[in-house]
Design a protein. Structure first.
Length: 181
């Protein structure tokens, strides 16, 4: 929904001609428009700034690296920027995985999967078949009511490192009792 007046063909032609090497702020001031209008027109007509324009902006900012950062902000992704972002993400993700394994709080809000998907699926399947799961020790207990399948147990032992044991009611009650001190 537009709140202002429609742009003339001359205004659009001027923006299309000068957008690539002029800052949005300067264009907006010259034409009496807002910067968001300039950005909207640029997006509509797929206009891009030139790499030379970003270099000039970087020199004005004082460092050559700021041109690369500025280019990334405006959607100019060079192969160097893409590879650096990928390496940084992998390193950060790996550090958070290690922090989780050591029981430390995460530094980011990245969701580090605590268990592989296959293991989560297998745990759900075991519960459905009637196994009693010990989450801390990867032990699946079976009772006389458990529907057992030897192939599934072999797969779970090999891929998910579960142990299968007979459920002993008396032994489990002793483990659950608090120790008197």
């Amino acid at each position: 929904m537009s709140t202002g007046h429609p742009l003339t063909r001359e205004q659009i032609a001027y923006i299309r001609e000068h957008y690539k090497d002029t800052t949005n702020h300067v264009l907006a001031d010259e034409m009496g428009l807002s910067r968001s209008t300039i950005c909207r027109i640029a997006k509509k007509y797929h206009l891009k700034k030139t790499p030379e324009h970003y270099s000039e902006m970087g020199r004005k900012a004082g460092t050559a690296s700021s041109a690369a950062r500025c280019g990334a902000c405006f959607g100019v992704y060079t192969p160097e920027i893409i590879s650096k972002r990928a390496e940084t993400f992998k390193r950060t993700f790996r550090e958070d995985q290690i922090r989780w394994k050591w029981g430390l709080p995460p530094k980011t809000k990245l969701r580090v999967r605590k268990q592989p998907k296959a293991k989560c699926n297998q745990r759900a399947y075991l519960k459905k078949q009637g196994y009693i799961l010990d989450n801390e020790n990867n032990i699946a207990y079976y009772t006389e009511n458990t529907h057992r399948a030897t192939r599934m147990e072999a797969y779970t032992k090999k891929k998910c490192y579960f142990k299968f044991k007979q459920y002993d009611e008396h032994q489990r009650e002793q483990q659950d009792e608090p120790v008197a001190s």
